[in-house]
Design a binder for this molecule. Structure first.
Ligand code: CA
Length: 256
């Protein structure tokens, strides 16, 4: 019997049905309990450059820190995430200004560090984290987007937002300015829970209810992730779609 639950990690990304390039990037490192997902933007291939830089630099920085700070608490993890994201932001910002083809590139970010029975979640922009627990899907992040700001001040309803054409205007991104504010929160995880990280190519195409239904079907985690991509593509696949699933084994799996 394990003292700590062995989380399972799956990361999948797909170009979708309408785009030529995949500007999303995903990385999971189960040994370090780490997942990073980025959704890039910019002309030519700049979006791909921005999201790849974000994922690679943040993962490398976090792995270095996690290797050195085995016993650090959630507060230390939060601080390490802030530093790594700040460093990546600087690097993308400098790359954008060193090459005319990259000017204006940027990327969203959602990341998680899971340890013990909880996770620290960080995000910038409209890539999201959700927790699925016993059939219920709860959104853990609040989009940094024009649409969310309009909802917050009562200018439009969530239903109107769902039908809006201005879905992709983010108000925060890495690489756009020389500093960026990472939003952080801590969440608990219980046996059987699934943590979902995704790009907007998933939640723009598939409702929260339909995502919850896919996660509720008994199947290996990889099959659930693939099914989420398939659902986004079946509904039109207008954008690149990326999914990270982190599963905490249920009690029967932990004790066997
Ligand atoms: Ca996108």
């Amino acid at each position: 019997m394990r003292v700590a639950p062995a989380y399972r990690f799956v990361a999948l990304t797909d170009v979708g049905r309408q785009r030529a390039n995949n500007e999303d990037a995903v990385l999971v490192d189960p040994d370090h309990g780490l997942a990073v997902l980025a959704d890039g933007m910019g002309g030519y291939n700049a979006g791909e450059v921005a999201s790849a830089l974000a994922v690679d630099l943040i993962a490398a920085g976090m792995v270095r820190w996690l290797d050195q700070a085995e016993g650090g608490g959630a507060r230390d993890v939060r601080r390490a995430m802030e530093i790594c994201v700040d460093d990546a932001n600087q690097a993308i910002f400098e790359a954008a200004h060193a090459n005319a083809a990259y000017l204006g590139m940027g990327t969203t970010l959602v990341m998680a560090v899971v340890r013990g029975d909880g996770a620290v979640i960080g995000h910038v922009g409209d890539s999201r984290a959700y927790r699925w627990r016993a059939g219920q899907l709860v959104q853990l992040t609040r989009d940094h987007s024009l649409l969310q700001e309009q909802i917050d001040i009562g200018l439009i309803t969530p239903a109107e937002a769902a039908a809006s054409g201005n879905r992709n205007l983010v108000t925060r991104a890495l690489g756009v300015e020389d500093t960026v504010l990472l939003e952080l929160r801590e969440v608990s995880l219980a046996p059987g829970d699934v943590l979902l990280l995704c790009s907007d190519g998933l939640n723009d195409m598939v409702t929260d209810g339909d995502i919850a239904a896919v996660l509720a079907v008994p199947a290996p985690l990889h099959a659930k992730a693939q099914r989420l991509l398939d659902e986004a593509n079946a509904r039109g696949g207008r954008d690149n779609v990326s999914v990270v699933l982190i599963g905490m084994p249920d009690l029967s799996e932990i004790t066997h």
